[in-house]
Design a protein around this ligand. Structure first.
Ligand code: GLP
Length: 261
């Protein structure tokens, strides 16, 4: 099962994520990070930026692959995930821009964009640590319910719920693209360590389904149960529908040093 860690707030989660990434980079200066967008990972990126600056960690060789991108936004659109990753990750962390890739959502090349992205991840040797959020529909990346658990990077149609959830980033809900290109669930499962973050009661059902529900394409987040090294970091509200809460707290409180990764 996934290791479930219940924390007080997003900053506490960010400190844990920053710890894991800093130790990864120290042992592998050209580590490959899997980068999520959305609101959820922002505190982790802030914590990581702070650690990198405070400890003068050399991140020039660190590589990155974003999970997903909208299809058809004009180049440079501020809410394209390319722009978000540049603004929230590449610049504050001081990563080398050429080493951080985002799926290409240009309709002109969309037919080959998925295979190209898979090839680039393979050429990089795979993702070492994949940060994940989870949508209210249970999606990871943009793999909406029904996505094959073996899927690779490809175009998907967003649900109306996800478009509404993401409308806050746009001037109007109609502006949220209907299509996206996302790493598949099979792609995500190839990463060597998954770190899924969720905060707030709106995510509680999706978290419970991902961690304790049946493994099913209807709940894309449940695919983490197939992964040998998955960490789920949640606040109390997002954890509130988990049945085995007491056990997760007990396991975390009694985690020996030799079990830490
Ligand atoms: C977004 C992203 C996902 C993200 C999820 C949750 O649309 N494509 O990668 O994990 O939905 O978003 P948020 O973190 O803003 O709640």
């Amino acid at each position: 099962m996934a290791e479930v860690v219940i924390v007080a707030d997003e900053d506490a989660a960010g400190a844990l994520v920053a710890d894991a990434i800093v130790s990864l980079i120290r042992s592998k200066p050209d580590a490959v990070l899997g980068l999520a967008t959305g609101s959820t990972p922002l505190a982790s990126y802030r914590a990581l930026a702070h650690r990198i600056a405070a400890e003068a960690i050399d991140v020039r060789g660190v590589r990155g692959f974003a999970l997903d991108e909208y299809v058809g936004l004009p180049p440079g659109h501020p809410e394209s995930y390319r722009a978000v990753i540049t603004r929230e990750v590449v610049e504050p962390l001081g990563l080398t821009p050429e080493l951080v890739r985002v799926p290409n959502g240009d309709p002109a090349t969309i037919r080959t964009a998925g295979a190209d992205y898979e090839a680039a991840i393979d050429a990089a040797g795979g993702v070492d640590l994949q940060i994940l959020g989870i949508g209210r529909t249970g999606h990871i990346g943009f793999n909406e319910p029904g996505s094959s658990l073996a899927s690779l990077t490809r175009v998907k149609t967003l649900t109306e719920q996800t478009r509404l959830d993401n409308a806050r980033f746009f001037d109007s809900p109609d502006e949220v693209p209907m299509h996206c290109i996302t790493q598949g669930i099979g792609t995500i499962l190839r990463a060597r360590h998954l770190v899924l973050l969720a905060f707030g009661s709106a995510k509680a059902r999706a978290v419970a389904a991902a961690v304790e529900g049946a493994v099913s394409a209807s709940q894309p987040g449940s695919a983490i149960q197939l992964h040998p090294h998955a960490t789920v970091i949640v606040d109390e509200a997002a954890a509130s529908e988990l049945e085995n809460l007491a056990y997760y707290r007990y396991a975390w409180a009694n985690k020996p040093d030799w079990q830490r990764t």
